[in-house]
Design a protein around this ligand. Structure first.
Ligand code: SF4
Length: 387
C-alpha cells in the first residue's frame, strides 16, 4: 500500500530515433505508432489495475517517453483525468510532461495547462544547429525558444531543459567545442528556465551512434575538453544561482524535480506503461521492484508484468545510501532513521571511513556528501554499497 505516491507514465512513441538513443521508444517508421489507440487502452487498463495500490494520494506525476508530445495533447489530458478518477491527486502535486520542441504547438500547452500540468521538461540537448542535426534531432534551436515561449504563454513557467555535452564527431561533422557548450549554457540562462539536466553523452550498444563508432565514422570528443565542459557547467550555473542538487541536475532553489527526488530517496512510485518500473512496500519490511515487459505486443495484449524482485531491508539500506549519494545533500540520516530505525553512520561505518580516507565524501550539517573529487569518481562511491 502506497502513501504519497509518485506516478510515471511511459509514452513510447517518437517521430524519429535520435542516433544516440537507447530509450524504449519507437519511431514512426516502426509501425507501432499506428497502434497508438491500442497502447493507450492498455495504459489505462494497467493504471486501473495498479491504482488499488495507492492508498493515500498521488503527489507527483511524470509523463515521459519516448516523446509524449508526439501524440495528441488530449491523450495527456485523458491520462490525468484517469489519475484523478482513481486516486486522490494532491492539489499541489507536481505534474510534468516531457516534450520534444519539434512536436509542440500553442494548443499542446493550452491543453496541458487545462489538464493540470505545471511542469514541462524540454529535450533541447544542444543549441547548435549543426549538432542537433548530427544527433538526429528533429528540431532547431528556434523551435526550443518557441517551446519555452509557448509553455509560458499558456501559464506553465516551471520549465526544465535537458542538455547533452561531450558530443562526438559524427560522419565528418566535428565534435562539440568548448565554446559551443559555453554558448549553450548562456542561452539556457537567458531563456530563464528553472531547471537544467546536463548529461555527458553515452555511446550505448545497439544505437546507430554505436554502429558509427564501430565502422570508424564517429569519434569521441577530446576527453580533456569534455571534462572542461563538465566543470564549466557547474561553475557557471552555480554562479547564476542555479544550484547543483544532484550529480547531473541543477535548479533554482525550490525548483528541484520532486518526482526524481523520489527515485534518489528510495520513496515509492508506480510506473505505468511499456518497460516502466515500480517500487513500493511489500509484506513485512520488504519492498517490491517490478519492471514491466519491454515487448509492445505483450504489453498491448494485457500482459504487463516483466520481472518482480523482492528487496530485503538490508538491500534497501544499501540502495538508500547509493542513490542518496547522487544528491548533493547526500543520503538523509533522518529519513534513514525513520525508515530503518537505525543510524546510517553506524550501519555503514566502514564504508564511510574508507570513502572519507580517499577524500570522496565529507560531513556537512550532519550528513555525508560527495566532495568535488567524489562527484568525479561517483561510481567508486556507489560501488561501496553494492552487496
Ligand atoms: S526524442 Fe528522446 S526518446 Fe525519442 S528517439 Fe530522441 S532521445 Fe530517444
Amino acid at each position: 500500500m502506497i502513501m504519497d505516491c509518485g506516478l510515471y507514465f511511459h509514452i513510447p512513441f517518437c517521430i524519429k530515433k535520435c542516433i544516440y538513443c537507447d530509450f524504449l521508444s519507437f519511431p514512426r517508421s516502426s509501425g507501432y505508432t499506428c497502434r497508438e489507440e491500442e497502447y493507450f487502452t492498455a495504459l489505462s487498463n494497467e493504471w486501473r489495475e495498479r491504482s488499488a495500490l495507492v492508498t493515500d494520494g498521488v503527489d507527483t506525476v511524470y509523463i515521459g517517453g519516448g516523446t509524449p508530445s508526439s501524440v495528441s495533447p488530449r491523450r495527456i489530458y485523458d491520462i490525468l483525468n484517469d489519475v484523478r478518477g482513481r486516486a486522490a491527486l494532491r492539489e499541489n502535486a507536481e505534474i510534468t510532461v516531457e516534450v520534444n520542441p519539434g512536436t509542440v504547438s500553442e494548443e499542446h500547452f493550452r491543453i496541458y495547462k487545462e489538464a493540470g500540468v505545471n511542469r514541462i521538461s524540454i529535450g533541447i540537448q544542444s543549441t547548435q544547429e549543426r549538432l542537433l542535426r548530427s544527433l538526429g534531432r528533429i528540431h532547431t534551436y528556434k523551435d526550443c525558444e518557441a517551446a519555452v515561449r509557448m509553455a509560458r504563454n499558456a501559464g506553465i513557467s516551471n520549465i526544465s531543459c535537458d542538455l547533452i555535452f561531450g558530443i562526438p564527431s559524427v560522419c565528418e561533422e566535428p565534435a562539440q567545442t568548448y565554446e559551443e557548450l559555453k554558448e549553450d549554457i548562456e542561452r539556457l540562462i537567458l531563456l530563464g528556465v528553472r531547471h537544467i539536466s546536463a548529461y555527458s553523452i553515452i555511446v550505448e550498444e545497439g544505437t546507430p551512434l554505436y554502429e558509427l563508432y564501430k565502422c570508424g565514422r564517429a569519434f569521441d570528443a577530446d576527453p580533456d575538453t569534455e571534462r572542461r565542459m563538465y566543470y564549466y557547467i557547474r561553475k557557471r550555473l552555480v554562479k547564476e544561482g542555479i544550484q547543483r542538487y544532484e550529480i547531473s541536475n541543477y535548479a533554482y532553489p525550490g525548483h528541484e524535480s520532486r518526482h526524481n527526488m523520489k527515485y534518489w530517496e528510495c520513496r515509492p512510485y508506480l510506473g505505468i506503461g511499456l518497460g516502466a518500473a515500480s517500487y513500493y512496500p511489500g509484506s513485512n519490511d520488504d519492498y517490491i521492484r517490478e519492471t514491466n515487459t519491454r515487448d509492445p505486443d505483450e504489453y498491448m495484449s494485457g500482459r504487463y508484468r516483466g520481472e518482480t524482485e523482492v528487496i530485503s531491508a538490508e538491500e534497501q539500506k544499501r540502495e538508500f545510501m547509493m542513490l542518496g549519494f547522487r544528491k548533493m545533500s547526500g543520503p538523509s540520516p533522518e529519513m534513514y532513521k525513520e525508515r530503518f530505525g537505525t543510524d546510517c553512520s553506524d550501519d555503514f561505518k566502514d564504508e564511510i571511513r574508507r570513502l572519507k580516507d580517499k577524500g570522496l565524501v565529507y560531513k556537512k550539517d550532519g550528513s555525508m556528501r560527495l566532495t568535488l573529487k567524489g562527484c568525479d569518481f561517483a561510481n567508486e562511491v556507489f560501488r561501496e554499497f553494492v552487496l
